[in-house]
Design a binder for this molecule. Sequence first.
Ligand code: AVJ
Length: 318
Amino acid sequence: MLKPEVEDGQASLADPNFRRDVLDGLAARPRAIPARWFYDRRGSELFEAITDLPEYYPTRTETALLRQIGPELAGLSAPAAAVVEFGSGSSAKTPIVLRAIDAGAYVPIDISGDFLRQSAGELSQGFPGLPVYPVEADFLRPVPLPPQVADMPKLGFFPGSTIGNMNAWHAVDLLRAMREWLGKGARLLIGMDRVKPVETLVAAYDDAHGVTAAFNLNLLERINRELRGTIPVDAFRHHALWNAGAARIEMHLEAQRDVDFAVDGRGFAMAAGETIHTENSHKYGPNGARQLLRGGGWTPIAEWTDPQDWFALILCEA
Ligand code: AVJ
């Protein structure tokens, strides 16, 4: 269920934004492609596999934390609120929240359309009677919420530390946009990953089984599939590093030899050792997290972390 591949001699059928981001990103110095393009069907599946890895602590930690805070959350959010989840993916953590607050509706928003619809369908089976309105959208652009939830109180749910993919200024813009979309009186439950020992961080983004490497390299395969690419994927290696100054994990794809390739008819040459920067995953301390949220127009009203202080869930009001 991939997007249709290109037939010989035809123009690319891929998302024009994907095409533009890839062509501009490969031409830029340093070369960089935004992380949201990881999530085609295969990329979404690989990400799900990452969340099960022993090294990848965020999902496990956040899920346990959500279970633990359920009762408290119930007391802090409006009854029968519509839960609006940004980047819902497999919706694996959602049932915990829907049950805890006795939600009135669920609006999952994700960029990966068929994955979204499948996940929404599966979730619905566990919640007969709960209205579910999936929205296929890239939430970096305005997201129209379904009119059915217009008059319901809203709880935004932005788990997984997805916000970490953004620079501070983009994160602030997004938080402000969410505040506008969710409307007056809304609350937001957001997951933010914490700064922690470098070995733990790097291992989480460079696992022993190579699943994260496959996830990163799938971007090149996606480019080849959807944008008539001729990238020799074998010539690239996954590289994850901690950028201490920017407090973020970076993922790169490093050329192991000099390579020439084309994307959508445009030629590119990379020298051995050159990289394509594919992801930033920012980590926050308690103060940085709260400042970011306040900058985005949200007031933190409750905060929970695990005993190791590895991951935080923060509840905010608009
Ligand atoms: C989905 C953005 C939260 O940054 O940890 C996992 C993506 N990248 N392993 C993260 C990811 C490599 C993930 N987010």
